[in-house]
Design a protein around this ligand. Structure first.
Ligand SMILES: Nc1ncnc2c1ncn2[C@@H]1O[C@H](COP(=O)(O)OP(=O)(O)OP(=O)(O)O)[C@@H](O)[C@H]1O
Ligand SMILES: [Mg+2]
Length: 484
């Protein structure tokens, strides 16, 4: 159950979703944290600038002396910074002596070289940010330094530096609220995503499930089972292909049933006839004088059976396509004449007028001569069988380009237009009622199969009492050769 397509798709989607949400949330939180951090640092730096601005507005005389006890707005500002940010502010003059407002320290001189270097940078107009600058404050202190400019006659000159010392910890922003929001957003995204994954997985797996059910039912013998087709994608194409295949298999199954029914029917009538007559002869119902007549019937019924079995064998051999063709070059006109010759007696009996029109003589073709003899025999047999007494039978051959055309035309019963499309089907007979004495309806299907094997075609046309069959053969140039 857990291994079905649905679950596999579902877990694949959910897995991808979890990964995506985790990566996205982590990236977002990291980016936002960095953003907040730099905003906070900028805010802290702003405080130092504010102090520098206030110093600029002060009276220069007292300013440069850096008297912290003067009770100016600078002091208030520095106290406020100390309170709000936990930061210490040093005011450093151009000589490098400094004061810490609000404490005892003022007028002290900075002596460390590396600190002085940084102070000089600020005095040159730059802003600095250095961690662990002053040994006395320790490594965890960040020092932000901004220049403080003079006013009046000192306008544009850097008078000193404002150094703001803040511990790394107080500089860090609290982002636990960010994480909280991110978790809530992540969970909501996961819930919606899981729901969507479930819907998509179901939508994707359902057609396959339906096809699977249909195939299983079909394999179980339900030949009527089909897949419902909706939309147009690979799945529906698969469903459509299955339906097509199912249609063909059930047609095949139907034709197999029809075939068995037809064969049994064709076998039953001669066998019943033979059984009846033999029984009659044995129990004396048929007198000795009548015996030869009945024996003759038994013989012809046996011949009919043999012919039927032979034709069935031929058909199955042609359909399996297993017998190789023996292609030779021969004169089809000659072949037709020899077949007609075999039917001489029947033609004379029915007083049929035979008209032979060979446009090209000889007409060489490349084909399997034995099989083409079978084709011509079947067609002439039909023509002779279905021509009315004294009717006309025309045989003509002609060649166009690379093809030779053989036409066998006769007048007689004709074939109704509605029967024409089915005439080459096995056991198809126009006169469905006829039984004994006539054919089995296999001749034309054998003809068709042979010509298909030659990759040639046969057509039939009928109007009124005229019936005409025409088939093509590959024309061979030049004289008769040996086996090709
Ligand atoms: N020349 C023709 N004129 C009229 N009907 C024809 C002609 N040829 C074929 N038919 C019709 O087509 C049907 C099928 O012909 P086909 O040769 O397949 O079978 P058959 O002649 O009845 O039997 P078989 O050839 O097996 O002895 C025939 O039963 C007949 O109804
Ligand atoms: Mg026939």
């Amino acid at each position: 159950m857990k291994n079905t397509l649905f679950w596999r798709l579902f877990w694949a989607f959910v897995g991808t979703l979890i990964m995506t949400v985790l990566v996205l949330t982590f990236t977002m939180v990291t980016l936002m944290r960095a953003e907040r951090q730099s905003a906070y640092e900028a805010e802290v730096r702003m405080q130092a600038r504010d102090v520098a601005g206030l110093l600029q507005m002060r009276d220069m005389n007292s300013a440069w002396m850096l008297n912290p006890a003067s009770g100016t707005t600078v002091q208030w500002k520095i106290d406020e910074i100390r309170e709000n940010y936990g930061a210490e502010v040093w005011l450093v003059n151009a000589n490098g002596s400094y004061a810490v407002v609000g404490s005892e320290k003022y007028g002290e001189q900075i002596t460390e070289q590396h600190v002085l270097e940084q102070i000089w940078r600020v005095l040159s107009g730059y802003e600095i940010r250095v961690q662990g600058l002053l040994d006395e404050l320790g490594d965890s202190m960040v020092t932000i330094g901004v220049p403080w400019y003079g006013s009046g006659m000192f306008s544009g000159r850097v008078m000193g530096a404002v150094l703001l010392h803040i511990s790394v910890d107080s500089l860090k922003v609290d982002y636990s609220d960010l994480v909280r929001y991110a978790i809530v957003a992540g969970v909501v995204a996961m819930m919606i995503g899981t729901l969507l994954a479930w819907l998509i997985a179901r939508r994707q797996s359902q057609p396959l499930k339906a096809i699977n059910e249909a195939v299983t039912a079909f394999a179980g013998g339900d030949f009527e089972r089909r897949v419902e087709i909706r939309g147009d994608n690979e799945m529906t194409q698969l469903g459509a292909s299955f339906n097509k295949m199912a249609e063909e298999i059930s047609n095949l199954d139907q034709s197999r049933r029809n075939f068995v029914a037809n064969v049994s029917h064709e076998l039953r009538s001669p066998m019943t006839c033979i059984q009846g007559y033999v029984q009659g002869m044995m129990d004396g119902t048929i007198s000795d004088e009548e015996r030869p007549k009945y024996l003759q019937t038994v013989l012809s019924e046996t011949q009919r059976l043999t012919k039927l079995v032979g034709e069935l064998l031929d058909l199955s051999r042609f359909e399996s396509g297993k017998i190789p063709m023996n292609m030779t070059v021969f004169d089809v006109d000659e072949l037709i004449l020899s077949v007609l010759f075999k039917y001489e007696q029947k033609i004379e009996d029915k007083e049929i007028m035979v008209d032979i029109a060979f446009r090209e003589q000889p007409c060489y073709v490349r084909a399997d001569a034995d099989r083409i003899t079978q084709v011509v025999t079947n067609l002439i047999d039909n023509a002779v069988k279905f021509t009315r007494e004294g009717g006309q039978l025309t045989v003509w051959t002609h060649a166009v380009d690379s093809l030779a055309y053989v036409t066998i035309k006769n007048e007689g019963t004709g074939i109704p237009a509605e029967d024409l499309p089915f005439i080459f089907e096995r056991f198809y007979k126009v006169d469905k009622a006829h039984t004994s004495g006539k054919g089995t309806g296999l001749g034309l299907s054998i003809v068709k199969k042979i010509l298909e094997q030659h990759e040639q075609n046969i057509t039939v046309s009928a109007s009124g009492s005229m019936t005409s069959f025409m088939f093509t053969l590959e024309k061979a140039d030049g004289k008769k050769e040996g086996t090709v």
